[in-house]
Design a protein around this ligand. Structure first.
Ligand code: NAD
Length: 487
């Protein structure tokens, strides 16, 4: 946190269709991870701010739910056009506060826009079923109705895309929304919501607040909030799920990950290495789908690691806004120190560093750590068990596909995994037996597109209905069955 009244700008709340720069709130610092400089101050919403946001959303809901869905999606069509037009601007903001490279930022914004595109199809997606003459002269139909004020609480690593897993779907379904993005990266969601405002969204339908734990608690306990969507780390996801459910709210809470990449000896090694580099070190490893454990099977290890180590050593680490940079900094100084601490621990616990990222930090004030690969990692080591959320890849060698499946299925996490092979039978068996929510076959980052559902299993997800796709329509609506007979 920083003192109020510094020379950098204050991030605004967006309440009931108006932008507000609140005063006298606890303030957080937003930093450019490539330089360490403070670029904005973010105010933390109080209980009273949250009450105003939720009440504005509730008042707006009473009208918005009756706007025909074909008219509601007109806002989404206009929003999509504006996002396309200003996508470069949104991506540059994202790189500036999150650190990911320009290419990664542009790819994220593209994914965000796809969410809006899918939400434009809400007239079809919200349709119910009907059957006439379920009994003599009696017809039956199901309809889907919005549920009210929905809240979204999102993490730092995808500040454009992850909020868009939520609000375009919720709003197109006829709900209203209060978004509380990560306090580390509030500028990207603010820019995105400015464009939604310009698209003509009526006041109160979406409200943007900032803050941390206390702000989230005010949302979780507010009686007018009917549903909570959360994406973040596992301990917080568990807490959100338990707390909001105890308040009688509908909850989906996506948590952390420890993703295994299994490589068979028959894999196409050069292509596999490129996929692993993208998975483990893309976005500096700060992805919930990042590969963080590499599992070479049998003879795969030798040729795989030779190529992988060379390619990793050649990775260009630096300021993500500069061209040619392949990996940017970590999001904050604290997070960078935490990830470097895991590298220290890996060495102390006896893993073999093949590439040590502590030795390849670019000079300057940014939060940098180079890519790291550890070989001979064993299940009891900390780096094998905990989510690191940085550019650290642990190699755990196994003899057979069965061993690989057992290793992955013993993990308490179940977000994503991938198998690299040219053998269809091995791929099929792996996909079928693995206890993980999102599986890639020769795909290093198995990120489902907007029209498919997104979530893990086990400690990576708490809830029933996953993010985006048709699950989002079910999550953001209540189903009603109507039986009619006319005398
Ligand atoms: P985080 O859990 O620290 O924060 C997420 C959100 O929760 C933020 O908005 C934050 O303000 C809020 N928060 C933090 N502490 C809180 C508390 N004690 N009580 C209430 N709210 C609190 O996560 P992060 O560091 O921002 O993001 C990284 C994590 O998110 C990683 O674990 C990553 O795997 C996970 N993630 C998961 C997915 C997925 O799809 N499963 C996607 C993206 C990120």
């Amino acid at each position: 946190m920083i003192a109020t009244g510094s020379s950098v700008g204050t991030v605004s709340f967006y309440l009931n269709g108006a932008w507000e720069k609140p005063e006298g709130r606890t303030m957080g610092a937003v930093r450019n991870p490539a330089t360490g400089e403070t670029i904005a101050e973010v105010p933390y919403a109080t209980d009273a701010d949250i009450d105003r946001a939720v009440r504005a959303a509730h008042e707006a809901f009473l009208k918005w739910r009756d706007v025909p869905v074909v008219d509601r999606v007109q806002v989404m069509y206009r929003y999509k056009v504006l996002l396309d037009k200003y996508s470069g601007d949104v991506a540059a903001t994202l790189t500036r506060e999150n650190g990911k490279t320009s290419d990664d930022a542009k790819a994220e914004v593209r994914r965000m826009i796809q969410m809006v595109e899918v939400a434009c199809g809400m007239p079809s997606l919200m349709m119910g079923d009907s059957l006439n003459d379920v009994a003599q002269g009696i017809d039956c139909k199901t309809i889907r109705q919005p549920i009210g004020v929905c809240a979204g609480i999102t993490p730092f690593n995808f500040p454009a895309m992850v909020p868009a897993w939520m609000y375009p779907f919720a709003i197109a379904c006829g709900n209203t929304f209060v978004l509380k993005p990560s306090e580390k990266v509030p500028l990207t969601p603010t820019r995105a919501i400015e464009l939604l405002h310009d698209a003509g969204l009526p006041p109160g339908v979406l409200n943007l607040v900032h803050g941390a734990k206390d702000t989230v608690n005010a949302l979780l306990h507010h009686p007018l909030v009917k549903a909570v969507s959360f994406v973040g780390s596992t301990p917080i996801a568990k807490y959100i799920y338990a707390t909001a459910a105890a308040e009688g709210k509908r909850v989906q809470a996506l948590g952390g990950a420890k993703n295994h990449l299994v490589v068979m000896a028959d894999a196409d090694m050069p292509k596999t290495v490129e996929a692993i580099i993208g998975s483990a070190f893309g976005a500096a490893g700060e992805r919930c789908l990042a590969g963080s454990v590499l599992v070479p099977v049998g003879d795969a290890a030798g040729p795989l690691l030779d190529l992988l180590v060379k390619r990793t050593q050649s990775l260009h680490v630096g300021d993500g806004s500069k061209s040619g940079v392949e990996m940017g900094p970590l999001v904050t100084g604290d997070h960078c120190a935490k990830v470097a601490g895991y590298v220290d621990k890996g060495v102390a616990e006896g893993a073999t560093p093949l590439v040590d990222g502590r030795a390849s930090r670019p000079a300057g004030g940014g939060f940098y750590l180079g890519p790291t690969i550890f070989d001979h990692v064993t299940p009891e080591m900390t780096i094998a068990k905990e989510e690191i959320f940085g550019p650290v890849l642990s190699v755990m060698r196994v003899e057979t596909l069965d061993d690989a499946i057992n290793l992955v299925n013993r993990s308490p996490f179940g977000n994503a995994t991938a198998i690299f092979t040219s053998n269809g039978k091995a791929a099929r068996e792996y996909s079928s037996r693995i206890e993980v929510g999102m599986v890639g076959v020769n795909v290093g980052v198995a990120a489902p597109m907007a029209f498919f559902p997104f979530a893990g299993w086990k400690n990576s997800f708490f809830g029933d209905l996953h993010a985006h796709g048709k699950d989002a329509v079910s999550f953001y609506t209540e189903q009603k069955v109507i039986m009619s007979r006319w005398f």
